[in-house]
Design a protein around this ligand. Structure first.
Ligand code: NAD
Ligand code: 022
Ligand code: ZN
Ligand code: ZN
Length: 370
C-alpha cells in the first residue's frame, strides 16, 4: 500500500513529508493505522545527527496510538479493529529477560530493531522509486501506517482518545514508571526531580500518585514552575538563583537529603548533583535522561559507600503489553492527567515546526494527528 510519512533523509536535514510504499505484515507482524504521534527527544537526537548510531533514511517516531488494520500469519493476540500503542521496548514474554522479573528489557528483537529492520532482517518501507527506508526504534510512528511485530503492541481500551494516549507510548510511562517500577517510592517520601520537561512532569505526577510528602522540582527555566505546581510539585528551585553549591542547598531543603531523586535532563553534571543530594544511608537516585553519546558520569565512591544508590531506567521499567493498558485505564479514570501537557497540536506537514518548538523549550509535548 501507499502511505504518507515524514522521512529523515539525512542527518541534520528537515524531515521530508512524502508518499512511501509499505509492504503488508509478514509472520508475527501487524499493520497499524497510526492516528496520533508525539514528538519526543530522541527523534530529534536522531534527526539532527547527534546520535552516532542514527540510521538513514528512516521513518522516525516512537510515541503513538492507532488501530490494527491487518495481522500477519501466526498473530493471535490482536485482530483488525483493536486499538494499540506501539512499544519501543517490546514484551515477548518468553526470552531470558522477560522471564526475569528484575528487568523490562526484552531482548527478543533487540538486534534487528537497532538496525532499523523487522525481525526477519528486512524493511517494510520503500520510496516510490523502490529504495529501502529503515524503521526506527521498532515503531516509525511518523507514518500514517506502519508495520510492527505483534510483541511490540499494547492492546488498549477503545474509548481512550488517540491524541492523548499516544503520549503513554513514551513520556507518561517513562516518568510514572520510574517512580512506581524503578524507585518504588513509598508514601511519605521526599523527592527531587531535575528537569521539568515532558518526562520530569510525569515523574512529578507519579510521585503525587505514590503519596510523596515533598516533591522538589529543579529547572533552569523559571517558566516551568507553573506546570510543576499543577502536577504536584511542592517546592521549586532554579539553580541559577541559588547562591553557592546546589547540593547543600537541596540537602537542607529536604532535611538531610531526599529519599529519591530523578534526573530528567540527560546532563551528566545534573546526574552527579542528583546522586549527591540523595539522603545518606538510603537515598536512591534514578537516571532517566539519556546523555550525549560517549558522556561519562562521576562521583566520589564514598557517596555510594555511605549508602546512596545510583540506578537507571528505560521506559520507566515498564513491561509494555502488561503495563501500558493499565496506564491508559488510570488516565480514563482520572488518576493521572495528560491533556495539559499536550501544549501543541500539529499536522504531519507541520512536524518540523514541532522540533523547533522543542528546541526553544516552548512545548512540553507536540502531538501530530493524521
Ligand atoms: P525536555 O527538554 O522536555 O526537558 C528537559 C528539562 O530539563 C527542561 O525543562 C530544561 O529546562 C531542564 N534542564 C536542562 N538542563 C538543566 C539543568 N542543568 N538543570 C536543571 N534543569 C535543566 O526533555 P524530556 O522530554 O523531558 O526528556 C528528558 C530526558 O529524558 C532526555 O534526556 C530524554 O532523552 C530522556 N528520556 C529517557 C527515557 C528513558 O527511557 N530512560 C525515555 C524518554 C526520555
Ligand atoms: C525515549 N528515549 C529517549 C527519549 N524517548 C529512550 C532512548 C533510549 C532508551 C530508552 C528511551 C534505551 C535505554 C536503554 C536502551 N534503550 C537499550 C535497551 C537494550 O539494549 O535492551 C534503547 C531502546 C531502543 C533503542 C535504542 C536504545 C532502539 O530501538 N534503537 C529501548
Ligand atoms: Zn520518547
Ligand atoms: Zn522478551
Amino acid at each position: 500500500m501507499r502511505t504518507r510519512a515524514a522521512v529523515a533523509v539525512a542527518a541534520g536535514k528537515p524531515l521530508e513529508i512524502m508518499e512511501v510504499n509499505l509492504d503488508g505484515p509478514k509472520a508475527g507482524e501487524v499493520l497499524v493505522e497510526i492516528k496520533a504521534t508525539g514528538l519526543c527527544h530522541t527523534d530529534e537526537f536522531t534527526r539532527s545527527g547527534a546520535d552516532p548510531e542514527g540510521l538513514f533514511p528512516a521513518i522516525l517516531g516512537h510515541e503513538g496510538a492507532g488501530v490494527v488494520l491487518e495481522v500477519g500469519p501466526g498473530v493471535t493476540s490482536l485482530k483488525p479493529g483493536d486499538h494499540v500503542i506501539p512499544l519501543y521496548t517490546p514484551e515477548c514474554r518468553e526470552c531470558e529477560y522477560c522471564l526475569n522479573p528484575k528487568t523490562n528489557l526484552c531482548q527478543s528483537i533487540r538486534t534487528t530493531q537497532g538496525r532499523g529492520v523487522m525481525p526477519d532482517g528486512t524493511s517494510r518501507f520503500t520510496t516510490l522509486d523502490g529504495d529501502p527506508i529503515l524503521h526506527y526504534m521498532g515503531c516509525s510512528t511518523f507514518a500514517n501506517h506502519t508495520v510492527l511485530p505483534e510483541i511490540a503492541l499494547a492492546k488498549v481500551r477503545e474509548d481512550a482518545p488517540f491524541d492523548k494516549i499516544c503520549y503513554i507510548g513514551c513520556g507518561v510511562t517513562t516518568g510514572i514508571g520510574a517512580v512506581i517500577n524503578t524507585a518504588k517510592v513509598e508514601i511519605g517520601s521526599r523527592a527531587i526531580v531535575f528537569g521539568l520537561g515532558g518526562i520530569g512532569l510525569n515523574v512529578i505526577q507519579g510521585l503525587r500518585l505514590a503519596g510523596a510528602d515533598q516533591i522538589v522540582g529543579v529547572d533552569l527555566n523559571p517558566e516551568k514552575r507553573a506546570m510543576g505546581e499543577r502536577f504536584g510539585m511542592t517546592d521549586f528551585v532554579n539553580p541559577a538563583e541559588v547562591e553557592g553549591d546546589l547540593v547543600p542547598y537541596l540537602v537542607d531543603l529536604t532535611k538531610g537529603g531526599a529519599d529519591y531523586t530523578f534526573d530528567a535532563t540527560g546532563n551528566v553534571g545534573v546526574m552527579r548533583t542528583a546522586l549527591e543530594c540523595a539522603h545518606k544511608g538510603w537515598g536512591e537516585s534514578i537516571i532517566i535522561g539519556v546523555a550525549p553519546a560517549g558522556a561519562e558520569i562521576s562521583t566520589r565512591p564514598f557517596q555510594l559507600v555511605t549508602g546512596r544508590v545510583w540506578k537507571g531506567t528505560a521506559f520507566g521499567g515498564a513491561r509494555g503489553r502488561t503495563d501500558v493498558p493499565k496506564i491508559v485505564d488510570w488516565y480514563m479514570q482520572g488518576k493521572i492527567e495528560i491533556d495539559p501537557m499536550i501544549t501543541h497540536n500539529l499536522t504531519l506537514d507541520e512536524i518540523n515546526h514541532g522540533f523547533d518548538l522543542m528546541h526553544e523549550g516552548k512545548s512540553i509535548r507536540a502531538v501530530v494527528e493524521y
